[in-house]
Design a binder for this molecule. Structure first.
Ligand code: PD2
Ligand code: ZN
Length: 282
């Protein structure tokens, strides 16, 4: 068996675009490439990169935009965020991920849980086909949203986050609190809205794309419940008061920000998520 890797030719790329234009589903394009002798991995790679470039050239995948970003030049161990010193525990460039220690005080975590608990409902996911929302099996947690600035505590945390990642308070969605019972998880997903989905334009009317996420841990599960980034084999442990921040400068898997909530094995898990938009979220 030959191990020489085949090279994708411009002719193959043109042919792939023609097939896509003719409405052929990717699986049949792939099958046709395999039948004419293309190696599986080369065919898949050609399909993915050709279609991605095609979508970008045709304005379906927008160019990179400015994103929220903590200022970590000089690798400080602590950064000041409004009223609090926050530890920097880990950072990564691609995906852009920063893990913070002590973003929230223990009593702030407890107070958020107490405020959220009576308002929890089965979590819904934004329905990208229509722009509405739906209950989804991939998300077995319960959740609720605060209004931005709803209480003095929520407003204080929002100001802290805004200073931490240098992004205006009014570009943030309302804080979401999620509760995971044992066995509950959040399967890997991207937080940005897929530009290819028909419901996305309606979602983007309110503040544009999501460009960053901050997941704050409100308790420490006994086992499980970390936040995973499968593209890079990273798992951030859920530790009370800590937080994981990640940003994505375009709504594209190239940002490597696929992430999920690992199943809670023992104990329970509470998080508060702040999603940040490109523009003012109303
Ligand atoms: O709770 C988590 O770890 C988690 C994982 C993936 C939260 C989110 N996504 C989110 O709120 O977007
Ligand atoms: Zn997420």
């Amino acid at each position: 068996m030959s191990t020489v890797r085949q090279v994708v030719t411009p002719e193959l790329r043109r042919w792939i675009v023609e097939q896509a234009r003719a409405g052929q589903p990717p699986e049949s394009v792939l099958a046709a490439m395999r039948a004419s002798g293309w190696q599986e991995d080369v065919a898949l790679d050609a399909l993915e990169t050709t279609l991605r470039d095609f979508l970008r050239e045709h304005g379906v995948v927008p160019p990179p935009v400015a994103v929220p970003a903590p200022r970590l030049d000089g690798s400080p161990s602590v950064v000041r965020a409004a009223d609090r010193d926050v530890r920097v525990l880990m950072q990564m460039q691609l995906p852009r991920v920063v893990v913070f220690g002590g973003l929230l005080a223990d009593d702030e975590c407890d107070a958020l849980i107490a405020l959220a608990r009576p308002r929890l409902k089965r979590s819904e996911t934004v329905q990208q086909t229509t722009g509405g929302s739906e209950v989804h099996a991939a998300r077995t947690s319960r959740g609720m949203f605060f209004q931005r600035g709803e209480t003095e505590l929520v407003a204080r945390i929002e100001r802290r986050i805004a200073e931490l990642v240098h992004w205006p308070v009014d570009h943030g969605e309302g804080l979401q609190v999620l509760h995971y019972a044992p066995g509950a998880q959040y399967e890997p997903h991207h937080d940005y809205f897929d530009p290819a989905q028909p419901g996305t334009p309606r979602i983007l009317e309110r503040g544009g794309q999501r460009v960053g996420t901050l997941v704050m841990y409100l308790n420490t599960p006994v086992k499980g419940g970390g936040t995973t980034f499968p593209d890079v084999g990273l798992e951030v442990g859920a530790v009370k008061g800590n937080a994981v921040f990640f940003s994505y400068d375009r709504p594209d898997p190239a940002t490597k920000t696929l992430h999920g909530g690992a199943p809670v094995i023992e104990g329970e898990k509470w998080v508060a998520t702040k999603w940040l938009r490109e523009g003012v979220f109303r």
